[in-house]
Design a protein around this ligand. Sequence first.
Ligand SMILES: CC(C)(COP(=O)(O)OP(=O)(O)OC[C@H]1O[C@@H](n2cnc3c(N)ncnc32)[C@H](O)[C@@H]1OP(=O)(O)O)[C@@H](O)C(=O)NCCC(=O)NCCS
Length: 163
Amino acid sequence: MEITKTPKDSAVETRHIVMPDHANHYGTLFGGILMSWIDLIAVMVAQRHCGREAVTASVDKLNFLEPISVGDHVILKASANYTGRSSMEIGVQVSKENPYTGKTVRATTAYLTFVALDENKKPCPIPKLQPETDMEKRRFQNAILRQESNRELLKKIKEKGIP
Ligand SMILES: CC(C)(COP(=O)(O)OP(=O)(O)OC[C@H]1O[C@@H](n2cnc3c(N)ncnc32)[C@H](O)[C@@H]1OP(=O)(O)O)[C@@H](O)C(=O)NCCC(=O)NCCS
């Protein structure tokens, strides 16, 4: 029987506080630190979905919508949007929270693709994603569009030869 999992089965939520050594020279959270937090939460979702080693194949989209200040809380929520045979798109939503007022603002969104590897480090089949809610279904459909355009682009680049 084919194994299926829902986005909720592997979803992860984490929180950080922005310390001075996370900041750039403008006094806001350095993008590279945030990118590592995004990659970390996304790989945890990927591992939980496929139950094995998963590697980042691509960062498909990263939108820095709002700067995040030192002292802010950074809330990351990640879940699987879509699965192929061995690949998974993971969506990450990042919000900043003022810990004193509780005001929360969406700061960054990201989509990453992970690939599950078998014992020989080769891509291998993973459980199929079964979206349940309307939002999960919408994310699944949008992810298909992104994955199709990624595959087309990757194919064209491979045909031309990677420089
Ligand atoms: C990702 C990787 C395993 C893909 O290996 P590959 O031999 O090219 O894999 P395949 O061509 O057989 O494709 C396997 C799957 O990966 C997907 N894929 C491959 N390259 C991809 C890319 N650049 N972006 C998105 N998806 C990709 C394919 O679409 C396919 O998906 P599907 O099985 O769901 O249909 C390989 O390129 C790799 O090991 N890259 C380095 C990963 C890494 O070191 N990451 C950073 C640290 S974790």
